[in-house]
Write a protein that binds this ligand. Structure first.
Ligand code: FAD
Length: 358
């Protein structure tokens, strides 16, 4: 059984959902408020489970071709003392594949190419959605993939889940040299992360209590171990991205509404980036939603106005059951990790890091 779906938002979650639904035989269109595909953004970590979901969406190879493996990374003190290894080797051993890092624009390219290859999935840019009811009247399924400030979520749940500022500021950027030193350095109320992104370049991110200028940010990491000051001194601040850390609070009671609307990605569960799961969870949502919808029994309309065990509303409930608790657990853990990483009394934390089974 197939139907018509409109996806609101052409970010990672929206494009992956459009791809999955189209592969399931649905007629799909995408509305994006931005004027065109956005080329900015630094690196995303893609965990093995999200890689498997990308395989099921038919883009695993294309993503792997644009990504680099992330191995051998440590947690350090600002002086450079190693406190622990990040569990990348364990993850790789268990999953049989390495964690990957990919520049956001390259992941977007892989998804856009796969969507475009169908030739019949229109992606309308400069098309902000404001009236969800209108979309629902014209389509069997509306997917809210419109990020942390989701219009679709607000239409379904009002103010029950809203972006909440958590009191720190993040800066991200890319250095034009290969660091060779990877991982995270945790100080008092601030931290700095360094990962591979592509040959010859290094992805970095920093979180501080407050900083509005590049000089303020550099000041926070003055005297930290190499290559942190070198990265901040050697990259152009006009290319850095600054954002206030927010997450969705409180957690939503459902990722679906009325048997016709589903939320994916940040629209459903925006989280702090500490576990590197923002893109991964959006991909897992997209693939799970498409799989649930693809499992609808053949014949008849997809349950419009007639929720029932064989209808679309049952598929959406299955999606909600598979993804909501899991994604919300990740969001909670990420928020907890953010607190742990930004405590001001570092002594007890650093001792604990040393004894935790990473
Ligand atoms: C341009 C951009 C750059 C980013 N760079 C990074 C980065 O470098 N590192 C990082 O960790 N995370 C970054 N993120 C966030 C990251 O992409 C997401 O947290 C994660 O991938 C989940 O994706 P998502 O598709 O759910 O949400 P998003 O990636 O936020 O995508 C949501 C999309 O919906 C669109 N949209 C919003 N409202 C409407 C509306 N009313 N009508 C139509 N369209 C709408 C937005 O323009 C956006 O394209 C970036 C996001 C964007 C949009």
């Amino acid at each position: 059984m197939t139907g018509t779906a409109v996806v609101v938002g052409a970010g990672v979650g929206g494009l992956a959902t459009a791809l999955g639904l189209r592969r399931a035989g649905w007629s799909v269109s995408v509305c994006e408020r931005r004027a065109g595909p956005e080329r900015y953004g630094t690196a995303f970590g893609i965990h093995p489970a999200a890689q498997a979901a990308l395989d099921r969406l038919g883009v695993g190879e294309a993503v792997r071709a644009r990504a680099v493996p992330y191995r051998n990374a440590q947690i350090r003190t600002p002086e450079g003392r190693v406190l622990a290894n990040l569990p990348l080797e364990r993850i790789e051993r268990r999953a049989g594949r390495a964690e990957l890092m990919i520049p956001r624009p390259r992941l977007m390219d892989a998804l856009l190419d796969a969507v475009a290859a169908f030739g019949d999935v229109p992606v309308a840019y400069g098309a902000p959605v404001s009236c969800v009811r209108q979309l629902a009247a014209a389509n069997d399924l509306v997917v809210g993939a419109d990020g942390i400030g989701s219009t679709v979520r607000a239409a379904c749940f009002g103010g029950r889940g809203a972006p909440r500022f958590i009191g720190t500021v993040a800066w991200i950027g890319i250095a034009d040299f290969e660091s060779g030193v990877y991982g995270e350095t945790w100080g008092a109320g601030r931290f700095f992360g360094i990962t591979p992104i592509e040959p010859g370049r290094t992805n970095w991110y920093a979180t501080v209590p407050a900083a509005t200028t590049a000089e303020e940010l550099r000041g926070y990491f003055d005297g930290w171990h190499d290559p942190i000051p070198r990265i901040l001194a050697g990259t152009d601040p006009s290319e850095w991205i600054r954002y206030e850390m927010r997450h969705l609070y409180p957690a939503l009671p459902a990722f679906v509404r009325g048997g016709r609307v589903a939320l994916v990605g940040d629209a459903a569960h925006a989280m702090t980036p500490n576990l590197g799961q923002g893109a991964c969870t959006a991909i897992l949502d997209a693939e799970a939603l498409a799989r649930a919808v693809a499992a609808l029994p053949p014949g008849g309309a997809p349950g419009r106005g007639a929720p029932g065990p064989g209808g679309l509303s049952a598929a959406l409930r299955a999606y909600d059951a598979e993804r909501r608790r899991s994604a919300q657990r990740v969001a909670f853990a990420s928020r907890w990790l953010h607190r742990f990483m930004t405590v001001r009394r570092t002594g007890p934390r650093d001792l604990l890091i040393g004894v935790l089974p990473w």
